[in-house]
Design a protein around this ligand. Structure first.
Ligand SMILES: Nc1nc2c(c(=O)[nH]1)N[C@H]1C(S)=C(S)[C@@H](COP(=O)(O)O)O[C@H]1N2
Ligand SMILES: [Mo]
Length: 394
């Protein structure tokens, strides 16, 4: 049912119908084995996880600890939304305590009217909700892709607030400051700096950017930026400033650490016919897929994984088993534009022994996820989006 999924709507639609008619009925149990588990993760009981041999026995995912990085064990992704308690955590300056009642958000700089908002003010504005998945720009194979998550965010659009403030002519960038601060040593001087990231005016005005105060139906958790964070759909996690306190509109480039020095890729590119090393601030997510789990249910095997990208619709996700042909996987029909896309491929009668499996994703613009060998030469570990072969024994 997965390799012949040429029509985008046909098979998906019939599966939805099947689900609808099956729920509560006796056809339910019979149809379970035929469904990819991402369609109905609660049915994941009875499935057996096949261990990857590329994951060392020493690899452990610890519990969430204050101020610490937290990553998912991606072999255990079994639901479309990541629980708030499991969603990865990255913060460079610790997790500041903020009191919701005294918290204020200020919009300052090149605006017609500077604005100061309480949480109450924000909550009273038009509600905007969307599904957004993202990964840290530093995510990659060494963590088996664990710096990742997918959630439902609720808040207000950024654009609406910027229109309220009125951006003035000549403005170039908008800087988003978090409440978290640290002392950085810059050219032998100790300087107090807030975490901050900037967007061009054009990027900032994208209608899908939002200030989120809820995550999966709960008030935004402390570790994820309570009470309000920025969400820039389709971008790497670093853009999603947590513990947001100030939005500043300015006519100059913001050159802070997380724009200009850290989260900066350095890779070889062809610049008008000349090969040059180029720095880029980590921004839009690259087209990436990865296999994260293989399960056995009642004697049949499934290969599952995720896709993240900048929101461009997908053409296909394919999986290659050993030296076999690329086989089309099924993409969870539930996925929305900026959510992650979970995919699944039924693996018919695998032979016992060692196997290598790998996935690749193609978008409708014809971009194909490259192999590690085809990646541009780069000297940073940011943006590891190459194909990721996995090994296992059946
Ligand atoms: N204020 C603040 N926002 C921040 C950061 C930070 O250190 N401080 N880290 C960024 C980075 S690098 C990532 S990957 C995401 C992680 O978001 P999460 O912890 O909710 O998963 O938050 C971003 N927002
Ligand atoms: Mo990050």
């Amino acid at each position: 049912m997965s390799s012949n999924n040429d029509s985008k709507n046909g098979p998906d639609k019939s599966r939805r119908e099947l689900l609808k008619s099956a729920v509560g009925g006796s056809a339910f149990a019979a149809s379970v084995a035929a469904l990819p588990s991402f369609v109905f993760p609660a049915l994941a009981q009875g499935e057996k996880l096949i261990p990857f041999t590329d994951v060392p026995d020493t690899f452990r995912v610890g519990p969430v600890r204050p101020n610490a990085v937290h990553y998912l064990d991606t072999r255990e992704i079994d639901s479309y939304f990541t629980d708030n308690e499991d969603f990865y955590l990255v913060q460079h300056y610790g997790q500041p305590e903020i009191d919701n009642t005294s918290w204020r958000l200020r919009i300052t700089g090149m605006v017609d009217k500077e604005i100061e908002l309480s949480l109450e003010d924000l909550v009273q504005r038009d509600v905007f909700e969307q599904q957004v998945g993202f990964e840290c720009g530093g995510n990659g194979r060494r963590l088996f892709q664990g710096l990742i998550g997918n959630a439902r965010w609720r808040g207000v659009t950024l654009r609406r607030l910027l229109e309220e403030a009125g951006i003035q002519e000549g403005a170039k960038e908008i800087v988003f400051f978090g409440a978290d601060m640290a002392t950085e040593t810059i050219r032998e001087q100790e300087i107090d700096k807030s975490f901050a990231r900037a967007l061009s005016i054009e990027d900032a005005l994208r209608p899908e950017n939002m200030l989120a105060y809820e995550m999966n139906g709960e008030p935004l958790p402390h570790y994820h930026g309570k009470p309000v964070r920025l969400i820039v759909p389709g971008w790497y996690g670093v853009a999603n400033v947590k513990w947001l306190t100030q939005i500043h509109v300015q006519s100059t480039r913001y050159m802070g650490k997380f724009m200009g020095r850290d989260y900066v890729t350095l890779k070889k590119d062809n610049i008008g016919g000349v090969e040059r090393w180029v720095e880029n601030s980590v921004s839009e997510m690259n087209l990436k897929s990865s296999i994260v789990r293989v399960v056995e249910v009642g004697g049949s095997y499934r290969i599952q994984g995720f896709v993240l990208n900048n929101g461009t619709p997908l053409e296909s996700v394919e999986v290659k088993i050993d030296e076999g042909p690329w086989q089309r996987a099924e993409i969870n029909p539930r996925s929305t534009k900026y959510a992650w896309k979970l995919f699944s491929l039924n693996w018919e009668n695998p032979t016992s022994g060692q196997h290598t499996i790998v996935s690749r994703v193609t978008d409708i613009d014809g971009n194909v996820q490259p192999t590690l060998e085809d990646m541009p030469e780069q000297v940073t570990y940011w943006e590891d989006f190459a194909q990721f072969p996995r090994t296992l024994i059946i």
